[in-house]
Ligand binder design. Structure first.
Ligand code: 0O2
Ligand code: 0O2
Length: 218
């Protein structure tokens, strides 16, 4: 096994473990019959080609080292997709309260949208992986975003690869307006959410009223 494989194995383990844990949070909401602030979870270890590109960009040595681990905070990356914007804060709080991760940094690209139109909440956390040689602390980047934010970011990311970050003016403008449209979609969905919650409250009050005559064979 090469040096890189050995180096990346701890990251792979961190991603796999956290994926199970975060998906487990969603399952717990389902069991409790409560709306989950987590729609779905994905994770990846940064591909070696992307690690190489990043080291060139940052002017750091391309070698599996402690320095690389500190400089590249997203070698292990998890993404948590939320149905509604308000859910993002709920997930952030849930993560801050966990005892198996230590939050080392938070970046709020929702209140402070990037010039590209990118929106997402980022948390850099430290996660201990148990290896046969003892405990190793791994930095993990967790991106928390709505489905609409994720849709925009995935499309923009692919275009970024195509145009190598230098978009023709028209595409840049289209992406800006698509980002605004995604914001509006999130706002509209939040309004529907309120409707749903009100309807659920009404239904639950109705049930508790108990003045219903069921047919005798029911
Ligand atoms: P399920 O039943 O949805 O949980 P692995 O291949 O083992 O490394 P995984 O989880 O298969 O890991 O792959 P990845 O890329 O980390 O995450 C993909 C997961 O995200 C898949 O779920 C997809 O179903 C889910 N996913 C992707 N896009 C969407 C989407 O738009 N909506 C929803 N609800 N889920 C989406 P799993 O884990 O394969 O299975
Ligand atoms: P990947 O794996 O291709 O997604 P740096 O990591 O040093 O470049 P910084 O400021 O340390 O930058 O990190 P930042 O901007 O907080 O987060 C970087 C990650 O956020 C990116 O990872 C993207 O996943 C996402 N991101 C940030 N800005 C944008 C954007 O304008 N568009 C899209 N689509 N995603 C963005 P990488 O490095 O691209 O790696």
């Amino acid at each position: 096994m090469g040096q890189w494989d050995r180096f990346l194995e701890n990251y792979k383990q961190a991603v796999d473990e956290l994926k199970v844990k975060f998906k487990g949070m969603r399952t717990q909401y389902e069991i409790e019959n409560t709306n989950s602030p987590i729609e779905f979870v994905t994770g990846r270890v940064k591909p070696i080609a992307s690690i190489y590109d990043k080291t060139l960009e940052k002017g750091i040595a391309f070698e599996p080292s402690a320095n690389l681990s500190q400089e590249l905070q997203d070698i292990a990356g998890l993404r948590i997709m939320c149905p509604f914007v308000d859910d993002i804060e709920k997930v952030v709080k849930l993560l801050r309260d966990r005892h198996d991760i230590i939050v080392v940094e938070e970046r709020d690209y929702i209140s402070h949208e990037k010039p590209s139109g990118y929106r997402s909440y980022h948390m850099i956390v430290e996660y201990p992986v148990q290896t046969i040689h003892g405990k190793v602390h791994i930095l993990v980047e967790i991106q928390i975003r709505t489905l609409a934010m994720n849709f925009w970011a995935s499309i923009e990311h692919s275009l970024n690869y195509k145009y190598k970050g230098i978009f023709p003016e028209e595409i840049k403008n289209r992406l800006q307006s698509a980002s605004e449209a995604a914001n509006r979609l999130d706002e509209e969905m939040s309004l529907i959410r309120t409707e749903i919650q009100e309807a659920q409250k009404y239904f639950s009050d109705y049930k508790e009223g108990g003045n219903v005559n069921f047919p005798s064979n029911s």
